[in-house]
Design a protein around this ligand. Structure first.
Ligand code: AVI
Length: 320
């Protein structure tokens, strides 16, 4: 996009911000305006997400932690001796600590786009698990990346909790599972958390909480556009909406324009009609059968699945 290039130069944007700029202008020029959910996670957005995970309405984190805690012994029994655990999109270390406490492994490889964050988390982990070799990798885990030399000959166990898989479009979820198999190699295991389809009366509040934290999290992407791209978006002219799309098995988040308006981003005027939305996220919910079919199609064999007593969330052990 010529326009973006000219304005990006004029505003002296660095490479990641130029990509953000191009994605924003592309997403907002479509008939259904959209922004990628990966742009939620700047510092403010990452903090808001941590707040979300503690909300009474947001059942996934709490429920998955309960499964990992109750089943740590069974899960650990599937981890081969002397293994390296590779965590895709490593954030807080709460979940991995449950596995590490239940089973000694040789190495831990947290992979995340934000190098600073995982370096800090790795330091804290080092203090508590002095015998564990920690090899952080700063990479976009949705793209192929190389594992550190030091773990190349160890048996690999991938760890992908949080139902982050649900934020991928179905074809991208399949692409990720295929690529994780390539990265981890023959005989690898994958321990993955997957949110389950359930009554809309439970799902919608999880994405539209009474305290308005999720609304803030959603609106923060507009703040980010203003700050990083010099946009003039009036945040009070947009509102948060969560919609359960039963046919497509997903909860959608949108930002709804409250009036006819025009915003200016990097020299481009973008018009909104009152009620028009920016689609900012899908969070897919799987049935056990649909997730198992996806795993099978992408070359994985299901070893075991665990759910909580209410069937809200699932954790699966797969074998390559
Ligand atoms: C990170 N991801 C699994 C969250 C989810 O539930 O889809 C992101 C989120 N969006 C709104 N609330 C939480």
């Amino acid at each position: 996009n010529m326009h973006v290039a000219v304005h990006a130069r004029a505003h002296q944007l660095d490479a990641p911000t130029r990509t953000f700029a191009a994605d924003v202008l592309d997403g907002l020029s479509r008939p259904q305006k959209s922004l990628s959910p990966k742009y939620f996670y700047d510092d403010a957005g990452s903090e808001l997400f941590v707040e979300i995970t503690k909300l009474p309405e947001y059942y996934p984190t709490r429920t998955e932690l309960g499964i990992l805690r109750d089943r740590a012994g069974e899960i650990a029994a599937l981890i081969p001796p002397n293994a390296a655990i590779v965590e895709f999109g490593a954030g807080a270390t709460t979940k991995i600590r449950l596995l590490l406490a239940a089973h000694a492994v040789a190495a831990y490889v947290p992979v995340d786009i934000s190098g600073d964050f995982i370096t800090a988390q790795a330091e804290a982990l080092r203090g508590d698990f002095p015998d564990l070799a920690i090899h952080p990798v700063a990479a976009d885990f949705t793209e192929p990346f190389a594992l550190p030399e030091a773990v190349r000959d160890l048996p690999k166990v991938g760890f992908f909790p949080g139902s982050t898989l649900g934020n991928f479009e179905p074809q991208d979820a399949a692409r990720f599972l295929n690529s994780a198999r390539d990265i981890l190699g023959d005989g690898a295991r994958l321990i993955i958390g997957v949110d389950l389809e359930k009554d809309e009366r439970l799902v919608v509040p999880a994405y539209d909480d009474a305290a308005g934290v999720t609304a803030k999290f959603n609106l923060n992407v507009l703040q980010r556009i203003n700050r990083e791209l010099g946009g003039d978006v009036d945040l009070s002219a947009f509102t948060h909406r969560a919609i359960y799309n039963r046919d497509l098995h997903r909860i959608e988040m949108h930002l709804v324009s409250l009036r006819d308006q025009s915003v200016r981003i990097l020299g481009e005027d973008i018009g909104f009609r009152a009620g028009e939305t920016i689609h900012t996220e899908n969070s897919y919910k799987y049935s056990l059968a649909r997730f198992r079919a996806l795993a099978r199609q992408t070359g994985w064999t299901l070893q075991q699945s665990w759910t909580d007593a209410d069937g809200l969330f699932s954790v699966h052990a797969l074998e390559a």
